[in-house]
Write a protein that binds this ligand. Structure first.
Ligand code: AMP
Length: 303
């Protein structure tokens, strides 16, 4: 099975949505991405968790075939994020971010994982993302994600990361904030000018846009009436996207478009329940069916 290296947070989230409040549930950017990617490839997570991180969560990750040998368990507290959503569930509001062990984390990619072909730098301190990039040996494709927290605090470092990766994923609000324009195609062009080859702008319940220098592709979102918790949708999108690319080993325009739809499919399942509850139940057959639904509702005849 193709491998995907995923570096990001391993966390415990406290989340409130109009559908309920859940304290201390398994989350983190690397965790959401890896679980989504595990439906297509073998992800390996590199990150840090404290001795307070429940063992059952690690057991679950391993049960999905995820390589957890790069997860350092250290004395101290696990990363924690607390946030809430109002009726506009596209917009996460952060109550509290506690980096805890991530404040001093020095990511060391195990020797066995340094030559992994497909790499996802999930939402993480961009200084740490740079340290990871320096350790990679000839990756075929590196994608990265970020969020408002890092755009606000580490704008200059983010520029450096973007120069070195192939795919930048951001949500619409972050792309506008980072590129200082309300216009999304303009924001995408500015990101491309920084040096990345592809830009994917995620628009929550309004789908996703893919930009390269020569092409543009718009993916719709799934008309989701089961939305309960959008946390991790972006990471599930990224995990599905890169997991599928690793599995198919094909970076043609057509296949990248397919991967964008696979990402959209995985995000659409993730939001149906809190934390990883929906992905824990997900069957491959459901992924195939939803992919087909995306094809049906985006097909139209020539004029
Ligand atoms: P998203 O896909 O954007 O909804 O990502 C949600 C996940 O990101 C949550 O499970 C959080 O634990 C994690 N997260 C929140 N804030 C940060 C941050 N500043 N850096 C890294 N990960 C974060």
């Amino acid at each position: 099975m193709s491998k995907v290296l995923i570096v990001g947070t391993i966390g415990l989230d406290t989340i409130e949505t109009p559908f309920g409040k859940k304290p201390e549930i398994i989350g983190g950017s690397a965790v959401h991405a890896a679980v989504a990617a595990s439906f297509f490839a073998q992800p390996a997570i590199v990150g840090v968790a404290g001795t307070d991180f429940p063992e059952e969560h690690l057991t679950f990750l391993r049960s999905r075939g995820i390589d957890t040998s790069g997860i350092n368990i250290l004395a101290g507290e696990t990363f924690r994020w607390s946030g809430f959503y109002e009726y506009d569930m596209n917009q996460a509001h952060t109550r509290d971010t506690r980096l805890n062990l991530y404040a001093t984390f020095d990511p060391q990619i195990p020797e066995t994982l340094r030559a992994t072909a497909y790499v996802f730098l999930a939402n993480l301190d961009p200084d740490l993302q740079l340290k990871v990039l320096d350790q990679l040996k000839g990756p075929k494709l590196v994608a990265m994600d970020t969020m408002d927290f890092w755009i606000k605090n580490k704008r200059e470092v983010l520029h450096k990361v973007i120069k070195k990766v192939d795919v930048v994923l951001m949500n619409d609000g972050e792309a506008r904030q980072f590129m200082e324009t309300p216009n999304l195609p303009l924001a995408a062009n500015r990101l491309l000018e920084l040096g990345t080859k592809l830009v994917i702008i995620k628009k929550g319940e309004h789908g996703a846009l893919l930009f390269s220098r020569d092409n543009h592709f718009a993916a719709p979102s799934y008309p989701q009436d089961q939305l309960r918790d959008p946390t991790g949708a972006g990471d599930s999108f990224a995990g599905g996207f890169i997991g599928y690319l690793a599995k198919s080993y094909d970076l043609s325009e057509q296949n990248i478009r397919r991967a964008v739809i696979v990402g959209s499919v995985m995000a659409s399942f993730n939001v149906e329940d809190f934390s990883l509850n929906r992905l824990k139940q997900l069957k491959h057959k459901e992924i195939v069916e939803r992919f087909a639904a995306f094809r049906r509702f985006t097909e139209f005849a020539a004029i």
